[in-house]
Design a protein. Structure first.
Length: 245
């Protein structure tokens, strides 16, 4: 039992070493394919990638009764209700009102994909971010959504006011697609794909190439090695002799 275990362990180590040698032998090919795929991803992103811009506006909501001071319970309740406010901002009522008010040819689902609402940790501030291919349109949509959402939140939640913490900005730099990110992803995918191809070809190849393979797989010792093409070998020797003379 111990001898069998040792043999199995040795075979596994040899196989892993062979795999490493195969990868090292094909390292230039793997790196070349990775560079080519990365270059392709760079060109596709640079030529066909549609730039997108993000504009963000922020609102501050505090639930309190009129003529009363702000208490800790008001702050705690406002924090708990931020998820409800986020749902109201992305509701069909608000987004369709913005679409109709701005005369846009967009459905509710298309509009909703452009809008995202986030809440910084332990705050009552809601950030409304709109993504669009036109930076001016992104800013206008963000402000319009904020105004429509403020009215809708006050009516539904029965609160006094929704304060504007930050108006939407004019985005100057595009938010995506990232050329660097896509290029790196393309390069990594190309490398892993080529590694997979090399390993599959190696594992599927069961031909015997060397005397060591005969001893390993057939458990037979080799007495001699015969060239596959003796005529070609003799021709090479004759050429060498002619050159020397």
């Amino acid at each position: 039992m111990e001898e069998n275990t040792i043999r199995q362990t040795d075979e596994i180590e040899i196989d892993l070493w062979e795999i490493c040698l195969v990868l090292i032998h094909n390292l230039a090919l793997i790196v070349s394919v990775g560079i080519m795929v990365a270059l392709g991803a760079f060109l596709v992103t640079q030529i066909f990638g549609v730039p997108k811009y993000e504009s963000t506006t922020k609102i501050y909501i505090l639930n309190k009764q009129e003529n009363n001071a702000v208490t800790y319970s008001d702050i705690q309740l406002g924090t708990q209700l931020t998820k409800d406010y986020a749902e109201l901002i992305q509701s069909r009522f608000v987004l369709e009102e913005v679409v109709q008010g701005m005369g846009l040819d967009l459905s509710y689902d298309e509009m909703k994909k452009k809008v995202s609402v986030t809440t910084p940790t332990d705050t009552r501030i809601l950030a409304i971010t709109v993504t669009d291919t036109d930076p001016v349109m992104a800013m206008q949509l963000a402000n319009a959504i904020r105004e429509a959402a403020a009215v809708h939140i006050m009516n539904v939640m029965d609160i006094q006011a929704v304060n504007v913490s930050e108006t939407a900005n004019m985005p100057m730099d595009k938010a995506g697609p990232s050329v660097l990110k896509n290029t790196l992803i393309g390069g990594v995918l190309g490398v892993f794909l080529m590694i997979a191809i090399v390993l599959v070809r190696f594992l599927m190849d069961d031909t015997v190439k060397t005397p060591e393979d005969v001893e390993k797989y057939l458990q037979l010792s080799t007495l001699a090695v015969i060239p596959l093409n003796e005529g070609e070998t003799d021709a090479k020797k004759k050429k060498k002799k002619v050159k020397r003379s």
